[in-house]
Design a protein around this ligand. Structure first.
Ligand SMILES: [Zn+2]
Length: 421
């Protein structure tokens, strides 16, 4: 929604980001994701109008500091996820406004977004395609009655769970799922897959949830489902900001997590990946289960190092040194999926974060981190999964000393020097 001001030929449009439903646990309303259509219809032939777009509540969102260095996406073709480019003149000004301009050279619509949306129709199409090559089951329903689609594939002895988009305003996570599933099941090649994929399907039984929060995604939320629950804080009981007991997951507040956890209890879990996007850091990185009960020995730490190293070798869009500062021993939040799964199954569990911004380790200012790049990162997770497989449930920890030095765990840091890239 917005207002128009100014002289003919030049307009300023004021916009405000709508907040998610109120989140009881965190006692706040999240906001940051946006996507909208802007239409010009009174232009004369051979004329143009320059519009300044101003989000004037940008300083009231969940991560206002993240706007610095962010660039807004635009396209004329909202259904083509790969058509989006970046407004490189995007700025976050000292008054807390996110500002960019666009010169409209003809009548019609331009779409702007924080990151290209992954629509529910595209989700249904992806799930339908998977049904041709894999066992697609619903683990239960959301509060709005949408299915919790889960794709089961492979026949291996190790169980790999990969869940995506717990935070609905991180659509790069579902593009990642699409890239992963397309390669794993041969969705673009009539089910034919390469030798590495065949090997991975023989090593693992996969349970893949491409969209954990379809209700929030349809609503355009940043972090919550239809009733305001931040699903990545719903994996265990906790206490709210005032110290009151908070029960999770529940069928009333977080059935999405409840149903996935129930299925996971049935299948077990040997390796867990939870796919997200991060507003602030301009890198792809893993956040691990440091600070959980089993991390203290060297096994989980070493497994984490092996997975990071193998992934960054396969696809250098993944990097190791920059990431969230690890939680000190014993201080991990137990209600976050990665920590809850590592605690419950004593298994390698990671959160993968992709940038909203351009990827500084491999930049492309015109497109930035994009749906295509997210798909490629999803497709290339299969090599590191093959590499780490022998160690996941090894009977002894002898393998740790035999690994090459480059596979060793490296503690990440959120501090980085942009001039180094
Ligand atoms: Zn997230």
């Amino acid at each position: 929604m917005g207002d128009q001001t100014g002289e003919e030929g030049e307009y300023t449009v004021l916009l405000q980001i709508k907040p998610d439903e109120y989140t009881v646990l965190e006692r706040r309303s999240h906001a940051q994701y946006f996507c909208f259509r802007s239409t010009v219809s009174d232009l004369e032939p051979d004329s143009a109008t320059t519009v300044t777009y101003v989000i004037d509540n940008a300083d009231k969102v969940s991560y206002p500091k993240a706007w610095k260095g962010s660039t807004v996406f635009y396209t004329t073709n909202v259904v083509d996820a790969d058509s989006w480019k970046r407004k490189t003149d995007t700025t976050y000004d000292k008054n807390g406004n996110l500002v960019w301009t666009h010169t409209h050279e003809r009548n019609g619509s331009i779409y702007f977004s924080y990151f290209p949306p992954y629509s529910y129709e595209r989700h249904l199409d992806l799930v339908a395609q998977c049904g041709g090559y894999a066992n697609v089951q619903s683990l239960g329903q959301t509060l709005d009655g949408r299915e919790m689609d889960c794709i089961q594939a492979g026949s291996g002895d190790r169980v790999c769970w990969i869940i995506h988009r717990q935070h609905p305003g991180e659509p790069m996570a579902e593009f990642y799922a699409e890239g992963l599933l397309t390669r794993l099941l041969g969705l673009d090649s009539n089910g034919e897959v390469d030798g590495l994929v065949q090997k991975v399907l023989s090593l693992y039984t996969f349970y893949i949830v491409p969209s954990m929060c379809p209700d929030g995604a349809v609503r355009g939320h940043l972090r919550t489902n239809g009733v305001g629950s931040n699903l990545n804080r719903e994996w265990a009981d906790s206490r709210d900001q005032l110290g009151a007991d908070y029960k999770a997951p529940t069928l009333e507040r977080s059935p999405e997590v409840y149903h996935v956890k129930t299925k996971m209890e049935e299948t077990g879990c040997d390796i867990f990946l939870d796919i997200h996007g991060d507003e602030e850091l301009p890198f792809n990185f893993f956040s691990g289960a440091e600070g959980t009960v089993h991390w203290g020995g060297s096994r989980l730490e070493s497994l984490h190092g092996v997975l990071c190293a193998a992934y960054s070798r396969t696809n250098p869009d993944m990097q190791i040194p920059v990431g969230y500062d690890p939680s000190p021993a014993g201080s991990a939040l137990k209600n976050i999926a990665t920590n809850a799964v590592a605690d419950r199954f004593n298994c390698l569990a990671v959160t993968l974060e992709m940038p909203f911004k351009d990827c500084l380790s491999n930049p492309n200012p015109e497109r930035g981190w994009s749906p295509n790049r997210a798909r490629m990162l999803g497709a290339s997770v299969l090599e590191p999964l093959a590499y780490v497989h022998p160690y996941l449930r090894a009977e002894t920890d002898d393998w740790i000393g035999r690994l090459p030095a480059e596979d060793a765990y490296v503690a990440p840091s959120s501090q980085y020097n942009a001039n180094d890239y």
